[in-house]
Design a binder for this molecule. Structure first.
Ligand SMILES: NC(=O)c1ccc[n+]([C@@H]2O[C@H](COP(=O)([O-])OP(=O)(O)OC[C@H]3O[C@@H](n4cnc5c(N)ncnc54)[C@H](O)[C@@H]3O)[C@@H](O)[C@H]2O)c1
Length: 387
């Protein structure tokens, strides 16, 4: 199959590598010859490193590179059976591109967008034959991250979902299906990991080192929320939060924080800037956590409860299936457990009680318990029935 990729930035180049590894011929188009050149050199370097590490033979690496063609000529995409778009996150740019792709490509070609935050339905609306448009959301870096969210638009032919899922499995990926709603699965369900941690910090209930310690040592997460936000970059992480908040018609559950907004204002964008929540300069002293087990448990449980509530609500609103919700969080962001399995293990009524206590204390809508969780708590049901 010929796979066309539009955009040779971080995502486009990564997806091109994945498709070529799966044995396809890949044509990467970018309007910027400099970005194409950079992507081509970067890919050669990555493969050189894999050969040096012994994870690829030199022949396999060479063969892979010969399967990828980088081009500044749009018409070179014309024979592609699939095109995956990974250009700038801007709706009008993507719509214009999809309309042009539809005119260029064969009528049975599949047109996919790698958008993280835009409506796939709105992108598909730019095409006359919108039934062949859908979202295929890879995670960064695409060659390493297993999860792929497959997002049918309102107009998508339902049969296409299975075709794309099967192809993603053939590419070595773990596909999950998400409804076309803001943040799809991962970028929606993960919001409280950042938001609630910042809220605890803003209230002065604990400092960031203590919250990070609690989430790692007690929660079992690989990174604490403040470390992770610094690693992702506050420009990126804040923009995702802000766009999810706006896209949910300003639901207070997703409200961004001033603490993070100020970091962005100051240019303290995280590790890459030498400063974020933490200071990364060589002589900086890393703050020590207060390793109080009771405090740690309270912090971790509060954040986990908010995450469970978000996952339960996504299930309640049929954003994704139970299994896909749990798979998305364990494979997409390496959570130690699926959140719905975690709810069963901790006791659903215990989650409900915690959320109700927070709601009672703050009288804020962000702590509203999902109707599904409340009903399950009341009736003693579990997400996964015991064998
Ligand atoms: N970076 C991430 O972590 C990440 C993760 C998942 C999804 N995404 C999504 O993937 C897409 C690309 O993100 P990225 O980080 O690779 O961006 P990027 O800025 O690294 O690359 C975008 C590329 O698109 C090219 N481009 C822009 N407009 C174009 C057009 N009209 N025609 C052809 N080429 C065009 C640019 O020259 C650039 O090379 C976005 O929709 C983003 O939301 C990003």
């Amino acid at each position: 199959m010929i796979i066309g990729i539009v955009g040779s930035g971080a995502m486009g180049a990564g997806i091109a590598q994945v498709a070529a590894e799966a044995g396809h011929q890949v044509v990467v188009f970018d309007k910027s010859p400099e970005m194409l050149d950079k992507a081509e050199k970067q890919m050669a370097k990555v493969l050189e490193r894999l050969v040096a590490k012994g994870t690829r033979s030199a022949e396999a690496a060479n063969a892979l590179l010969t399967r990828i063609r980088f081009t500044p000529v749009f018409e070179d995409l014309r024979d592609a059976a699939w095109v995956i778009e990974a250009v700038v996150e801007n709706l009008s740019v993507k719509k214009e591109l999809f309309a042009a792709l539809e005119n260029l490509l064969p009528p049975d070609a599949i047109l996919a967008s790698n958008t993280s935050s835009l409506s796939v339905t709105a992108i598909a609306a730019s095409c006359k034959q919108a039934s062949r448009v859908l979202g295929i959301h890879f995670f960064n870096p695409a060659p390493l991250m297993q999860l792929v969210e497959v997002i049918p638009a309102l107009q998508t032919d339902p049969a296409l979902v299975e075709v794309v899922k099967q192809e993603m499995v053939a590419w070595g990926k773990v596909p999950v299906v998400a409804q076309d709603t803001p943040g799809f699965i991962v970028n929606r369900v993960a919001r409280p990991f950042y938001g609630e941690a910042i809220r605890i910090f803003e209230e002065g209930l604990a400092d960031m080192a203590t919250i990070d310690w609690a989430m790692k040592e007690i929660g079992g997460f690989r990174m604490g929320p403040f470390e992770l936000m610094d690693y992702i970059g506050h420009d990126v992480n804040y923009a995702v939060t802000a766009s999810v908040f706006e896209a949910f018609f300003f639901d207070p559950r997703y409200r961004p924080s001033f603490a993070q907004k100020r970091l962005v204002d100051a240019g303290f964008l995280g590790r890459k800037a030498g400063r974020g929540f933490y200071d990364y300069h060589p002589d900086a002293v890393r703050p020590e956590p207060v390793k109080d087990p009771e405090l740690g448990k309270a912090i971790a449980w509060r954040v986990i409860c908010m995450l469970i509530n978000e996952a339960a609500d996504a299930l309640y609103l049929r954003i994704a299936s139970r299994d896909d919700l749990d798979l998305a969080m364990t494979r997409g962001v390496n959570y130690p457990k699926g959140l719905l399995a975690w709810a069963d293990e901790s006791g659903i009524q215990h989650c409900v009680n915690t959320l109700d206590r927070l709601h009672g204390e703050y009288l804020e809508d962000r702590y509203r318990c999902s109707p599904l969780l409340r009903k399950m708590g009341r009736t003693g049901k579990r997400f996964y029935q015991r064998d």
